[in-house]
Design a binder for this molecule. Structure first.
Ligand code: ADP
Ligand code: MG
Length: 245
């Protein structure tokens, strides 16, 4: 069954049409990649799904509920999660504390970092870290972790909200090729096991074609192609406009 349905989304900034008649769906457990050159409108689309931007036109449905006009917080409670970079100020905190903060700020947990609920949060945080292969790092400050490991912690933070849909806008930016593949392998296995739909952007075409079930190609705000990785690789318009061969 369809998890996310996006219908006719449109967004302009001044004279620039950043998204034009954008339509797609994401199913449970499905990984959908959105690709396109810089300025194509990828982040604009993500932000309209996440609620950071209101579309000029069109609708966003999650599980059949119209969330087009819902706040980011309301979408989050309905199951729209996204990865955020661990902010500079939180780098001094341990991996577990970062995940505990996320648990506290989301719907199913209550109490502060220093409250009686702390032990419960800690246990759950370590479980989430284990899910991303980072249980050992629970008590290590994020500032002391390798970049790729911080990215795993960011994934655990996003999972703390128990998302149905996970938005990952350039999750592997700044990572080495091997780390990128590892992070997306991990994301794919979690998405599959938990039935989480994933919408992601990625510049590395090997990662895109290796991990996405389907790929959308955006160019100047418009979807110029949509299909399986094989279909996209063979698409002449995509090759000309974007893949450059
Ligand atoms: P991408 O993520 O694919 O690089 P964006 O969605 O960030 O593309 O941008 C699409 C277009 O919209 C670009 O031309 C960009 O300059 C413009 N744009 C995006 N956000 C804003 C904004 N907040 N204000 C004005 N123009 C914007
Ligand atoms: Mg972007």
């Amino acid at each position: 069954m369809t998890l996310l349905a996006v219908n006719g989304l449109q967004k302009s900034f001044g004279g620039v049409v950043a998204a034009r008649d954008v339509e797609f769906t994401v199913g449970r457990g499905e990984m959908l990649a959105v690709i396109g050159p810089n300025g194509a409108g990828k982040s604009t689309v993500f932000n309209m799904v996440g609620g950071q931007l209101r579309p000029d036109r069109g609708r966003v449905l999650l599980d059949g509920h119209d969330i087009t006009h819902a706040s980011p917080q309301k979408r989050f409670r309905r199951g729209v999660g996204r990865t955020f970079q661990v902010a500079q100020t939180f780098l001094s905190m341990s991996a577990a504390e970062n995940v505990q903060m996320a648990l506290i700020s989301c719907r199913r947990q209550s109490g502060g970092l220093w409250s009686p609920a702390r032990e419960r949060h800690r246990e759950k945080a370590v479980q989430l870290l284990a899910r991303v292969g980072m249980a050992e790092a629970a008590d290590i400050p994020c500032s002391a972790l390798a970049y790729g490991d911080v990215k795993r912690v960011e994934l655990a933070i996003a999972l703390a909200g128990e998302p149905k849909l996970l938005l990952m806008d350039e999750p592997t930016a700044g990572m080495a090729p091997r780390e990128r593949t590892e992070l997306m392998d991990l994301t794919a296995s979690i998405a599959d096991a938990q039935g989480i739909g994933v919408l992601f952007t990625e510049h590395d075409m090997d990662v895109v074609f290796g991990h996405a079930a389907r790929v959308l190609v955006l160019l100047r705000g418009r979807i110029i192609a949509a299909g399986t990785p094989d279909e996209i690789r063979r698409n002449e318009e995509v090759k000309r406009a974007y893949l450059g061969d």
